[in-house]
Design a protein around this ligand. Sequence first.
Ligand SMILES: *Cc1c(COP(=O)(O)O)cnc(C)c1O
Length: 460
Amino acid sequence: MEETTRYLLNESDIPRFWYNINADSPVAPAPVLNPTTMEPVTPDYLSALFPMGLIEQEVATDRYIQIPDEVREAYKLWRPTPLIRARRLEKALGTPAHIYFKYEGVSPSGSHKSNTAIPQAFYNKIAGTKAMTTETGAGQWGTALAMSCKFYDLDLEVYMVRVSYDQKPYQRFLMETYGAQVYASPSSRTTCGSTLLSENPDHPGSLGIAISEAVEVAAGSGGMKKYGLGSVLHHVLLHQSVIGEEALKQMDMAGEYPDVVIGCVGGGSNFAGIAFPFLRENLKNGQRTRLLAVEPTATPSLTKGLYAFDYGDSACMAPVVKMHTLGHDFIPPSIHAGGLRYHGMAPTLSALYDAGLIEATAVNQTSVFEAAIQFTRAEGILPAPESAHAIRSAIDEALLAKQTGEKKVILFNLSGHGHFDLTAYNRYLSGELEDYALPTEAIEHVRQHIPAIKENAFLR
Ligand SMILES: *Cc1c(COP(=O)(O)O)cnc(C)c1O
């Protein structure tokens, strides 16, 4: 019998519903707080930033939420994505484990971010929004939203973290090609940006600062502009569930079921996307798949952060949520996995991790690139440095299986390709990349500053 490598679904297999883990989760989500009053947010406050369709999804309790036809139509440009058996990597490792990966890098913008960018632009369009604002770190989110806004004829302002703006011009060129306006953050277009620039004209920026700028512009636009976030929020995790729903069908085609599902985590959306449908099977249908989130040792919010109420941005304008956090004013080291450099973690994921339903581990930058190159040379696909965190852990699981002789089934999410990250690969190959561990002062800072927010907040 011929061996199958790619498990492919038909267009008609694109999910018709997004899966909402909150319907099955044993842990109730903590309320989202208004950053000024520290009281639970009102729809009024949220509607300055988001259209009603997304606000409803943010608090939805239904298990399944129908995907609008217009969104499914756009998903057809790249979905269903392939599930690939990494047979060559298995051979290279000499492991008895079976390694599968879901490849989200086939989307036009190169990552899973388009799965939420399309519905976010769509719900804004039908609510009458004229323009959107957003931040971007490495650029994948800005690119995905730039494409989606153009599809629905919305303008887009992107605040791009200055180091990435300078170091990764090609992502910016792609955003501009889709028709977006891109500004280096901090910028002089906002109050919070101008303040930071006056203190330090060469400010490198951070995701937290760029979020503050995008939120400030939307909140001050009198309803003309709305804000879009590429991760962390519940509606984003919801949209990403298409990854796991497809993967369940494809694992079935392969006649196997994963012992472990692995994903990298920045804000948590691609991991949640692949893992939550499998978590549903654990909670409701007696499966016992391990769900493993992988973060960088440079920004270890799950493994080293505090589970507490914290601001989503640096200037304290974005909603306050309960999450694993390194502190909203944490400036992460400049590792090359820009998409993982966020101080916090999605509240939905944080709650499940706190309840012990999800595992987490942190891995070093150089070990991540070592795994990425091993993967590229075996499978041919150049992974994004973010996605390579998942590859590192998948290889580690496969090597463990080799020691024990276990025929373990491993599934990981390959969240994007790394074609815009070749400078980082070049630096690794030239021996220039370093490892970062979170410095002790940073951990001290977290311990001392975050509890103050908790005491101020509605827990009082
Ligand atoms: C943005 C990004 C991530 C990190 O974001 P999550 O919300 O944690 O998924 C991971 N991989 C790629 C390719 C990205 O673009």
